[in-house]
Design a protein around this ligand. Sequence first.
Ligand code: ADP
Ligand code: TPW
Ligand code: MG
Length: 579
Amino acid sequence: MPTTANQTGAAGADDPQQDLTDGFHLMIDALKLNGLTTIYGVPGIPITDFGRMAQAAGIRVLSFRHEQSAGYAASIAGFLTRKPGVCLTVSAPGFLNGLTALAHATTNCFPMILISGSSEREIVDLQQGDYEEMDQLAIAKPLCKAAFRVLHAQDIGIGLARAIRAAVSGRPGGVYLDLPAKLFGQVMNAKAGRKSLVKVVDAAPAQLPAPEAVKRALDVLKAAKKPLIILGKGAAYAQADDAIRALVETSGAPFLPMSMAKGLLPDTHPQCAGAARSLVLKEADVVMLVGARLNWLLSHGKGKTWGDTPKQFIQIDIEPREMDSNVGIVAPVVGDIGSCAAALVAGMGGHWPAAPADWVKTVASKRDDNVAKMAPRLMNNNAPMDYHGALGVLRSIVKERPDAILVNEGANTLDLARGVIDMHRPRKRIDVGTWGVMGIGMGYAIAAAVETGKPVLAVEGDSAFGFSGMEVETICRYRLPVCIVIFNNDGIYRGTDVNPAGGDAATTVFVKGARYDRMMEAFGGVGVHVTTPDELKRAVNAAMDSGQPTLINAVIDPAAGSESGRIGNLNPQSVLKKK
Ligand code: ADP
Ligand code: TPW
Ligand code: MG
């Protein structure tokens, strides 16, 4: 039911205003009409009343402590639901705080709409110093997939429709929607207003691959002696889980999941080559990329990581321009992953040859060796804990609770958790993404709990947590089933650095022995301090059973980590650096 102005109680039944609506209500009606019923944001001029009215009209409006976290929440809501996640901010500073997340959404191909209130156009454009003056549209443009401004109430419906389509169609991404303060108060006839709204039909249309592209890809794959399938987060996003499984299993090829594609097929699947990553990248002769880019995370498809075996790449992606971005793609398959995977499986028929047995065996035995090597390290009960002791416990808990969503950020905390913790279901692991950005943690945890209703386990480096730590209040306020585990090693990478010049603390270390658990207690959540894997296990299980907001301060040996986790090689080196 539309929320015309009279239904807010502002006007009586026989008031002439009953036939009127305004920008506030049109925007709310447009969101609801398109099933966008959750907003993540921070209130203030000029959107405070908009948030109130949206809440009153049945939209879930979650208020954060910082727009960046609200933005990250919206971005991951987009990934999890395939509907644009909506973030609402005030003008200039709020907008800028949200913009990092919008750029992150675009970079990661997550659909999101950042809606910001903005100041008076006439004054902004003449640079006359309006309240929170900023040309937000111009600033947003290079950082998102599309940016729109709505100046007239009658264009709100079209404006939102354009934003939704831009966010979710083709390669998904971030969209900016600029709503000047004056728009909200603009009045129009309610009936005309209703007519102006647009319910977007088929927002992300299927994009079928060309039959000849499918055949070309199958010819290359069939000739492979050492085929490899790489699943990326685009494959997870596509929600084409059955088709992807059929593709992998019919091909018989080993598969390697990128971080957020873990669990698309279980990491324990016999074809999973996660624990034989170096070997498969070096030795594969045909690599089929499914919703994964050949960016830095895959060493751009060349160099030492990829070894000497000549490679042919097949790439499935919805974005035609992704092809040949780093190396030549011999068989581009452009389309949505569900349609492409289905077409490939259909093309394989019922008589696809098994992947070469010697290759499959080599990969499996390497994987089993590596898993066996790791096993004893994961069972240690050292105090203070090292990463492996702590992660061994979390790995078992995630196995026992495969529905829980794992949020993960940090350096060592990220890289080691990604390697150790097996995922068993699709879209259950969400992390720092393409930029390796710190600060997604609490926003992701909140959105994951809100959008899925499932328990969330956030495994956070102590530094990583600090970027969004104040949102523990948000978690407590909404009583979300979020268990945060902080791997507290007193700093960034390690807590042992010393400033050689004396004086200030070293740049990478924090207060020793900090008690993050007490932050949670300050807001009525449960705080627990643990120093052994056994204690950690008890505390996490209790939190997951109770569903209460919990923060576990897990003390990790400050000397256990390494510089930048697994990517220390990316640090530039000074020739003058002291030995
Ligand atoms: P990862 O970091 O896991 O390797 P990337 O973010 O690099 O994954 O790549 C994701 C890719 O998936 C992008 O190139 C994007 O265009 C593509 N993609 C996203 N959604 C779809 C979809 N529904 N169908 C096909 N490709 C998709
Ligand atoms: C927005 C640079 C990468 S990893 C990291 C920083 C600051 C923190 C690592 O310490 P943490 O993990 O979380 O305690 P651990 O287990 O290794 O001790 N600013 C942004 N993003 C990034 N990536 C950085 C800085 C960085
Ligand atoms: Mg740390």
